[in-house]
Design a binder for this molecule. Structure first.
Ligand code: AMP
Length: 216
């Protein structure tokens, strides 16, 4: 099964991706995670991406093309994938179409996580992420047992640099201007399932499961 999960920052793409991966055995590919790893390793791509990401701006399509092509060279993607946070522009969606048709693949479903912008601000600014295993917490809605430490592996919890109010404004702007048209692009292909993501994570996943069980 080849899937895309799309949604504004804070709609729960990362949380749902982890659950979908576990339940359906797809490979989870997050371009955001790949870029953050590139930044940590101080690679050329990481250095270029950092200036955009810190400001909450989208990284240029050419850089995204390069990391996606590199990811397609790994064998595991053959067994089904879940792209999280990609494509984020119509140009990226068209590029993905060409990449997929060159390897005889297609997208089976696009999950569009919907949450009102007003709710996202609190979700994003309270989000904390494990520096090691990437488990996701929220200072109010899902606090760790020990403040600042991951329940799973005990490592430090960090706030992402772009999870600030200033960067969020820009990220939401990019989402509405550049990523919403991506959803319309896939709607025309009749691939989109809208999901109410302003519910408990358990309920959101139940809805997603219902949709994917029909696709599988
Ligand atoms: P995310 O972890 O998905 O919220 O992504 C964090 C940041 O990485 C975004 O705000 C962008 O700056 C950058 N990014 C991730 N994926 C993409 C993409 N497909 N296109 C452009 N920029 C991206």
């Amino acid at each position: 099964m080849n899937l895309l999960i799309i949604g504004a920052p804070g709609t729960g793409k990362g949380t749902m991706s982890a659950l979908i991966k576990e339940e359906f055995g797809v490979v989870h590919v997050s371009t955001g995670d790949m870029l953050r790893e590139a930044i940590n390793s101080k690679s050329d791509i990481g250095n270029k991406a950092k200036e955009y990401m810190d400001k909450g701006m989208l990284v240029p399509d050419e850089i995204i093309h390069d990391i996606i092509i590199e990811r397609f060279n790994k064998d595991d993607i053959k067994n089904g994938f879940l792209f999280d946070g990609y494509p984020r522009t119509v140009a990226q969606a068209k590029d993905l179409d060409s990449i997929l048709s060159a390897c005889n693949k297609k997208i089976d479903r696009v999950l569009d996580l919907c949450v009102d912008d007003k709710v996202l601000e609190e979700r994003i600014t309270g989000r904390r992420i494990c520096s090691n295993c990437k488990a996701i917490y929220h200072i109010k809605n899902k606090p760790s047992k020990v403040i600042g430490k991951c329940d799973v592996c005990g490592s430090d919890l960090l706030q992402r640099k772009d999870d600030t109010l200033e960067a969020l404004d820009q990220r939401l702007k990019s989402y509405h201007e550049l990523t919403k048209p991506v959803i319309d692009y896939y709607k025309e292909k009749d691939l989109v399932s809208n999901i109410n993501a302003d519910q408990s994570p358990e309920k959101v996943f139940e809805d997603i499961k219902g949709i994917l069980e029909e696709v599988a």
